[in-house]
Design a protein around this ligand. Structure first.
Ligand SMILES: [Zn+2]
Length: 188
């Protein structure tokens, strides 16, 4: 039997990038690099290889195993606040409609509608299911009589990480497990 890693396409062999303290460089999005970037960083001596895939690539002179986990040699100070992205916004709201608690058909609602001057910011966008979004229409929660479950705030990375424990990403290579916090709970 071949190890599944041996026949894995190199493009399916991203490297998990750790900071110099061996914590992931970023959780949301999870810091992963394509294999080409990882190999280049190895040759530039910017990262240490922590774990490898079985999959090898050949250069004219050598065969090397693709790195699956790498650690930066220089510590990079992480930012306290995550990026304002669709995924992070859903994660802040725990993938639940902030008006009725539904967990499907999710959309984004401008709390103060754009027509009333509402902006697209952490503080003015909430997760809403399509029916609630439609029902609320161009009104504020007060005008619509639809109070929010939680106040819309700009979350810290720490807060998102707490929510993220419940929503691990789809692709996790076996060698990443030691470096990601959610694994402990997955196996519990
Ligand atoms: Zn709803």
């Amino acid at each position: 039997m071949y190890h599944p890693d041996l026949i894995r396409h190199p493009d399916s062999c991203p490297a998990l990038v750790l900071n110099a303290d061996y914590t992931p460089l970023s959780y949301y999005p999870l810091s992963i690099w394509p294999w080409q970037t990882a190999i280049k960083a190895v040759f530039l001596d910017r990262v240490a290889i922590v774990a490898e895939y079985e999959r090898e690539v050949r250069s004219p002179t050598a065969k090397i195993k693709l790195p699956s986990v790498i650690a930066l040699k220089q510590y990079v100070r992480p930012s306290a606040f995550p990026a304002f992205t669709r995924f992070n916004l859903f994660l802040r709201d725990k993938f639940e409609c902030q008006y009725c608690g539904a967990g499907h058909d999710l959309t984004f609602d401008h709390i103060i509608p754009r027509a009333q001057g509402g902006r697209t910011t952490w503080e003015n966008v909430a997760t809403a299911c399509a029916p609630c979004n439609l029902r609320k229409g161009g009104r504020t929660p007060k005008q619509a009589g639809m109070p929010l479950y939680l106040e819309a705030i700009r979350p810290t990375n720490w807060q998102l990480q707490e929510h993220g424990r419940r929503f691990p990403p789809n692709f996790l290579h076996a060698t990443w497990r030691d470096w990601l916090y959610w694994d402990v709970e997955l196996e519990a």
